[in-house]
Every structure is written in C-alpha cells, then in structure tokens.
Design a protein around this ligand. Structure first.
Ligand code: SF4
Length: 333
C-alpha cells in the first residue's frame, strides 16, 4: 500500500507571552504514516493535542520541528538536534497547491461557517480560490452536485448557515471540504457537536464519500467507540505524545500500552467473556498541564505500573509486534 502522508518527530509548541521556556508543549515528537485510502483514527482525552496535531499536519499551525512528507514531497522539514531542539534549518514549502489536496472538517460547524455568506457562497468560495470552475454555469452545477452529495438540495444554496440544524451545517462543512476534490481530509471530531441521532448518518456519509472519491482520512475523536469501526488503524495520544498505534482490531483486542488499556476498560464490551478480563481501570488524578509536562514518560504520574525509571527516561515509540507500536518501558523485555 502506498504511503500518502508521513510525519517524523512532529512537534508543536505554543509560546506563552511573558513566560520563559518552551510554552505549551502541545505535540511532542509524533511519528506515523497514513496509507492511501485508509482511515487512521486518532483518539485521546480533550487537551491531549490531537486537534493541534491534525492542524499542524496540514500546516494550519506552523510546526515547531520535525518533518512532514505528503505524497513523496517534503512539505516541512526542521530536524531535531541531539539535544532535542530543532536545528533551525527550516524548510517549508508554499502550501497553496496542498491546500486543495489536504482539507479539514471542523468540530463545530456553526463556528467554522461564515454567518454572512450563503451556503452557495461558502462552497463557491472554495471552488474560486482554486479556480476549479470553467464558467459560471460550471460553478453553479458544481455547487448543486455537492449539495446533492451531502444530502441537501439546490434551494439550500441561497440560505444562511444559521437557518440550518447542526447536522445540516456539518453537511455544508463537508461539502465545502469536498468542493476542491481533496485527497486527504482531517476529520476533527466532526460528529462530537452533533445530536446522537444524526451522528451515524454523518459518519456513514463520510464513509460513502471515501469510497466514491478514494479519500484518505485522519479521523480525530475523543472516544474509541466512535473510531473503532471506521478506522483501519488507530493511534492513541496522551498529553501530546503518541503512546500506541496499531490495526484497529488488534488494538481493541490486545492493547499493549497502559493508557490504551485504561481507555478501553471504559468502553462497554458486549462479549461477556471479554468483559470479565477487562475490568474497569480508573485513573488517579487529572491530566497534567502541557505547559509543564511530567519528566520521563508523560503518563507516569497516573500510570498504575509506573516505576522509577518511568519518571526519568522517556520511553521510545517502537514497533513491538508487526504493525503494532507503543511507547512504554514495560514492553522492553
Ligand atoms: Fe506506565 Fe512507565 Fe509504561 Fe509510562 S513507561 S506507561 S509510566 S509503565
């Protein structure tokens, strides 16, 4: 399978005004790849950096360090030195051609759609930026077709976002993303703000679009139960770090990182044989601040298995079984 996107030690820090030091260490040296046509689910509690990671990958946020390769082209490169600091030899390409290929669907559709523009204008704007229409008629045909694709109708083009329900607004957001014929879409918690009753409709629609248009997704969610069925592989984040990544089935059946085990113990398991072995693990304490993350393994302040080594040495993210990666000292045998 062809690799579409690869990130290597990707880092994003947000400096804090009036504060010394690195600031908010939102994404800490994350590495993975996404194959063409697959859905990679990315999960973790709120504040774990998954949204920042999604935005940094498509450079809506400029990375602080690391490397991004898209379809064989390096679109960002700023290697980290031996001291862990970026060497400062930054190479960043102009993103305009990639803006068409790499799209994002936001969590809150009402905040991401301009309230002063009609739905037709919102979708039309995306078409215009990338000069995708040959004529006025072509443009309006494209808008109609997109509205149809996401289950809205032609009259909706003249209405404003506030006239729609949350689910319809998200359909507009999806139509806007699809308007530019993208290849890769960051789906940033696209259903979290929606009514439970329409969540599955939106997920089914995204799956249909993927099949029809050959799309590749990074699907961000705070809950494993949302992504387990639609993802080929799943990555789990904790406090800016990627702690585990594996095939969806394998990761659900056999999680190897203590944090993933905790997350999964919170998901009700219908199989009684499994639920007996899967006792609910309750974590102590809150997530520490990414402004001042714990030394060593970032999970050590809450991990039930933490040893002294864990508070000193950061575990490497390694492939422990074919295709199954994790960062935990316990797994070094
Ligand atoms: Fe827990 Fe240590 Fe593994 Fe971190 S490295 S997850 S603290 S056992």
């Amino acid at each position: 399978d062809k690799i579409l996107l690869e990130i290597n030690n990707l880092r994003k820090y947000f400096p804090v005004k009036g504060m010394k030091g690195p600031g908010v260490q939102a994404v800490q040296d994350v590495s993975f790849f996404i194959k063409k046509g697959e859905t990679l689910g990315l999960v973790g509690e709120s504040g774990c950096g998954k949204t920042t990671l999604g935005r940094t990958i498509i450079r809506l946020h400029e990375p602080t360090g690391g490397k991004i390769v898209y379809d064989g082209e390096t679109i960002y490169d700023n290697p980290l030195g031996p001291d862990g600091k970026p060497l400062g030899k930054e190479k960043a390409v102009n993103m305009l051609p990639y803006r068409r290929k790499m799209q994002i669907i936001f969590q809150d559709p009402s905040a991401s759609l301009d309230p002063r523009m009609t739905v037709g204008e919102i979708i039309g704007e995306a078409i215009d930026i990338h000069k995708l229409a040959q004529s006025k008629k072509d443009r309006s045909d494209m808008i109609k077709e997109l509205l149809g694709k996401v289950g809205l109708n032609t009259e909706h083009a003249n209405r404003y976002p506030h006239e729609f329900s949350g689910g319809q607004q998200q359909r507009v957001g999806i139509a806007r993303a699809l308007a530019v014929k993208p290849e890769f879409i960051v789906c940033d918690e696209p259903i979290s703000a929606l009514d439970v009753s329409i969540q599955s409709q939106v997920v089914n629609m995204l799956e249909d679009m993927q099949e029809e248009m050959g799309l590749t997704y990074l699907f961000i969610a705070h809950d494993l139960s949302v992504v387990r069925h639609i993802s080929n592989r799943i990555g789990v984040m904790y406090l800016g770090s990627l702690v585990e990544l594996g095939e969806s089935y394998e990761l659900n059946r056999h999680p190897i990182h203590p944090y993933t085990q905790t997350l999964l113990s919170a998901v009700p398991v219908p199989d009684p044989k499994l639920s007996r072995t899967r006792q609910r693990i309750v974590l102590q304490g809150d997530i520490p601040s990414p402004m001042n993350p714990p030394s060593g393994c970032r999970f050590h302040t809450r991990c039930p298995y933490a040893t002294e080594r864990c508070s000193i040495e950061m575990p490497a993210f390694k492939e422990h079984e074919p295709g199954h990666w994790a960062a935990c000292h316990l797994l070094d045998k």
